[in-house]
Structure formats: structure tokens, C-alpha cells
Design a protein around this ligand. Structure first.
Ligand code: NAD
Length: 245
């Protein structure tokens, strides 16, 4: 089978960088991306065999489309799309005025609309993966906050719930050539959560596994989904069992 190519958005730090390293270990060529950290992206691309790096602001629809065309021009194919880039806002759920319309629009632009634009733009290439021996694969990185009434803020949680529902709708619409799944992490130790002490204490005291995840543990789940030939429409909750308590 020809070597597969994966685009991982937001892959110069945190969960995205761990997925890129894990995929590279599994023999997949990775297309790295970020909004700003060009130096980190170029350095990681040099370190991983067959990797490339592209900068793009996914809040800008044209830039999102350009990202897909650049990856296709560089690698000639696209087999796996990981919609990992995302933004969050920490707002107490009862403070409705603080969660204003600008915040809703900003979070939806990056967490919901950008994955949609990228999937639409990549659809034809992903369908082509089936001809190379494996189904095309989309993996959306959502959140446990999109599954249960939890999370950094209501706009963030609702944006991730929308991404989870989109995952299931597209799993039906794009089958059988393209499989679509999501990973819904709980707390993960990344730059996004560095100051989230209350969440760390919650996981320590309440989650059966007694801690948040390392980015590499979420990358393992993504790699399992990439290597599956039969899973589609699943939202895999990876929260160390917090939802059980
Ligand atoms: P991170 O801040 O390290 O990574 C986020 C990435 O998104 C960055 O690379 C950034 O460049 C990119 N990004 C943000 N806005 C962008 C834009 N406008 N255009 C292009 N790229 C943009 O954070 P992380 O924790 O690794 O988060 C990765 C994903 O995992 C996010 O979707 C996040 O919501 C989700 N998630 C994280 C946690 C956690 O506890 N860390 C939990 C659940 C879900």
C-alpha cells in the first residue's frame, strides 16, 4: 500500500504535535499546520520523515481552503484529515453576559466552521484514498464538554457538541469511502490547560484514573482510529473515566 498522508491542524504544540509524532512513527507522512508558530512547525517538519509545514489562519475561509490546496500540491494526496486546531474561553456557566456574541462567533469559526470548510475542500482527495487501499479518514478532536454539560464555558462546550454531531452526520453522508470519527478528551496536559488548576484538582480527586491525560495518550487513540477499517461515526470519550463518577 502507498504511504498515507495526514494533515493535522494545530500540530506545532499539545495534542496536535503528539498526533503528528505518533503518525510519523506509524509510517504516515504528516502535513503540519499552525496559525502562528512558524519556527516550531518548520523544526518539527525537519525532524519527521516526509513531513511538511504550512501556516494558515483557519478563522479565514480562504486561508483554510489554501491549506488544503497547499498540502495536495506538496504531497500529491491526502488520506487522513485530523481537525485538531481549536480555541477555548474560560467563562463561568452562570455568567451569561460574559459569554457574548463575539465570543460565540469566534469559537464557532475555529471549532466548527473551519473543520467543515477543510472537510468540504478535502472530500475529493479523501475519497481517492480508498483507491490506494484504505478508506479516507477524518478525525475530529472535540471534547468531553461536548458530550456532558461540563467544560471551560458554554460557548466552548456547545461548539464541541456541534462538532460531535457533525461527525455522526458526515459518517453517514461520506460512507463508505470516508470514515469520520471524533476523540473527546477530558483534561489533557497542554499549553491550553497550563493554568487550569481547578480542573487538575477535579481529575486528581474524582477521575477513576486520578489524573488528566498526556497528549501522547490522546495521540494513541487517534492512531487507533486512523488504522481502523471499520469504525465510523464514533465519538470516543477519553477522560480517564471522569464521566463515570
Ligand atoms: P493547543 O493550544 O496546544 O493547540 C491548539 C492549536 O490550535 C494550536 O496549534 C493553534 O495554532 C491552533 N489554532 C488555534 N486557533 C487557530 C486558528 N485560528 N487557525 C489555525 N490554527 C489555530 O491546545 P491543545 O490542548 O493541544 O488543543 C488541541 C485540541 O484539543 C483543541 O481542539 C481543543 O479544544 C481540544 N481539547 C483539548 C483539551 C485539553 O485539556 N487540552 C481537552 C479537550 C479537548
Amino acid at each position: 500500500m502507498k504511504k498515507r498522508v495526514a494533515l493535522i491542524t494545530g500540530s506545532t504544540s499539545g495534542i496536535g504535535a503528539a498526533i503528528a509524532r505518533r503518525f510519523a512513527e506509524a509510517g504516515i507522512s504528516v502535513a503540519l499546520h499552525s496559525k502562528t508558530s512558524v519556527g516550531a512547525g518548520e523544526a518539527l517538519a525537519k525532524a519527521l520523515p516526509g513531513a511538511s509545514y504550512t501556516r494558515a489562519d483557519l478563522a479565514d475561509e480562504h486561508d483554510a481552503r489554501r491549506l488544503i490546496s497547499t498540502v495536495l500540491a506538496t504531497h500529491g494526496q491526502l488520506d487522513i484529515l485530523v481537525n485538531n486546531a481549536g480555541i477555548s474561553e474560560v467563562i463561568p456557566h452562570g455568567d451569561l453576559r460574559a459569554a457574548n456574541a463575539e465570543i460565540w462567533q469566534r469559537l464557532y469559526a475555529v471549532n466548527v466552521i473551519a473543520p467543515w470548510v477543510l472537510i468540504a475542500e478535502a472530500e475529493r482527495a479523501l475519497r481517492g484514498a480508498a483507491e490506494r487501499g484504505a478508506s479516507g479518514c477524518i478525525i475530529n478532536i472535540s471534547s468531553h464538554a461536548g458530550v456532558r454539560p461540563k467544560g471551560a464555558s458554554i460557548p466552548y462546550a456547545a461548539s464541541k457538541a456541534a462538532l460531535n454531531h457533525m461527525t455522526k452526520l458526515l459518517a453517514v453522508a461520506l460512507a463508505p469511502q470516508i470514515r469520520v470519527n471524533a476523540v473527546a478528551p477530558g483534561l489533557v496536559d497542554t499549553p491550553m490547560t497550563q493554568s487550569w488548576q481547578a480542573a487538575r484538582e477535579l481529575w486528581r480527586s474524582r477521575a477513576p484514573l486520578g489524573r488528566g491525560a498526556a497528549p501522547e495518550e490522546i495521540a494513541d487513540v487517534a492512531c487507533m482510529l486512523a488504522n481502523s477499517s471499520y469504525l465510523t461515526g464514533e465519538v470516543i470519550l477519553a477522560d480517564g473515566g471522569l464521566n463515570l463518577t
